[in-house]
Write a protein that binds this ligand. Structure first.
Ligand SMILES: [Zn+2]
Ligand SMILES: [Zn+2]
Ligand SMILES: [Zn+2]
Length: 141
């Protein structure tokens, strides 16, 4: 797992650092998008605030992570599909917002429809989110 993340960074021409590996490990192991406040818990474990934000921005720019805004307006980060590249994200999937635990999930199997913008409009990104109760919360009831 750790070695895969190192390869992932190298494939995107990024230096492998412990802080970057740590961030990737947390996000990939989470099963949902990870909120910025949650990631801030890493601060102090060899990662400081400035480094954390820089890492998130870099990984977003490089097409390794994508940002999702949750119901509270907080930034969350999730792993990208392999189709994402440095200049273009291809995370055209639906995001599921749980109204109970407020987590955001990537629904990779639900691809967004093609949208044709009217003449003179350029679409740069497409976002569709669905609100409801997630599997974990349903199982707890
Ligand atoms: Zn992406
Ligand atoms: Zn939930
Ligand atoms: Zn996603």
């Amino acid at each position: 797992m750790e070695k895969d993340f190192a390869d992932l960074l190298r494939n995107h021409h990024l230096k492998v650092t412990n802080a970057r590996l740590e961030v990737l490990k947390v996000i990939a192991g989470h099963g949902a998008a990870v909120s910025q406040p949650f990631l801030e818990k890493l601060i102090g474990t060899g990662v400081d605030r400035v480094t954390l934000y820089r890492i998130l921005n870099t990984l977003d720019e490089k097409g390794i992570l994508h940002k999702v805004i949750d119901l509270d307006g907080t930034a969350n980060y999730a792993m990208c599909s392999t189709a994402c590249t440095e200049h273009q994200h291809h995370d055209e999937h639906i995001h599921f917002n749980c109204t109970n635990c407020r987590k955001v999930y990537c629904m990779h199997d639900y691809i967004l429809p093609d949208v044709n913008a009217p003449e003179g409009f350029d679409i740069q990104s497409l976002n569709l989110s669905v609100n409801g109760i997630c599997k974990n919360c349903n199982n707890e009831q």
